[in-house]
Design a binder for this molecule. Structure first.
Ligand SMILES: [Zn+2]
Length: 227
């Protein structure tokens, strides 16, 4: 079976027979009415100031009925951009509550230096679905902690030049909890990420493609077209 390369979080989706891309919609793309890729939507913490919660909820109610809707994300918290911190926290909690109320199986999380605050919000809201940390770069300690929870780790271009520390982190994560993503990086091909991960984990490429396909289709059941 020739399983596709899955790019679980991208802003530059492409359509080929060998790829399956999950398009993470940007704010300005929400108003479009036709979608060509499985898509996720959510308000990124950088733009928290620009979005009214009720407006987002209406949009969510409309778009989450679309057959290509895949889930909520990216949402999260970013301490590097802290001039809107309070608004970020409020909007993150609001979106988590939407996820909880609508039984979303997962949320895709943007987290920059805010793991504790993310976990605090998850507990506060009581969201029980999977957390997918996108562009994951956490250290060993954080990773061990997250592995006790319902988490997936979406790895991006950082694995191409992984430091010793980061390699140790990747070592800790079982393959059934890993996804790969190109995000918004021009020139990053998801094939290169697969190649690299197959070396790091010492798993044949075919096996890796199968496992990541299983991971993605267990999160987004309509992706499952192969057995
Ligand atoms: Zn992104």
């Amino acid at each position: 079976m020739n399983y596709p390369y899955i790019d679980f979080h991208t802003h530059r989706p492409k359509k080929t027979d060998n790829h399956l891309c999950i398009h993470s919609l940007l704010l300005e793309e929400y108003s479009q009415n036709s979608f060509n890729f499985p898509f996720t939507l959510g308000v990124h913490p950088w733009w928290a100031d620009e979005v009214n919660e009720e407006d987002f909820k209406l949009l969510y109610q409309r778009l989450s009925k679309h057959p290509l809707y895949a889930g909520l994300g990216e949402i999260g918290l970013d301490k590097v951009k802290d001039d809107n911190w309070q608004v970020q926290v409020e909007l993150f909690n609001f979106q988590l509550l939407l996820a909880k109320d609508n039984d979303e199986a997962f949320v895709i999380i943007h987290c920059v230096r805010a793991f504790n605050e993310i976990i605090k919000s998850i507990k506060k809201v009581g969201y029980k679905g999977h957390l997918i940390f996108h562009d994951y770069q956490g250290n060993e300690e954080i990773t061990k902690d997250l592995l006790k929870r319902n988490c997936y780790f979406s790895l991006g271009k950082k694995i191409l030049n992984a430091s010793e520390h980061f390699l140790k982190t990747i070592d800790l994560i079982p393959l059934p909890q890993i996804l790969l993503e190109s995000d918004d990086h021009e020139g990053i091909e998801v094939e290169a990420l697969y190649q690299k991960l197959s070396q790091i984990k010492e798993v044949p490429l075919d096996e890796l493609k199968k496992q990541l396909y299983i991971n993605a289709s267990s999160l987004i059941p309509y992706l499952k077209i192969y057995d």
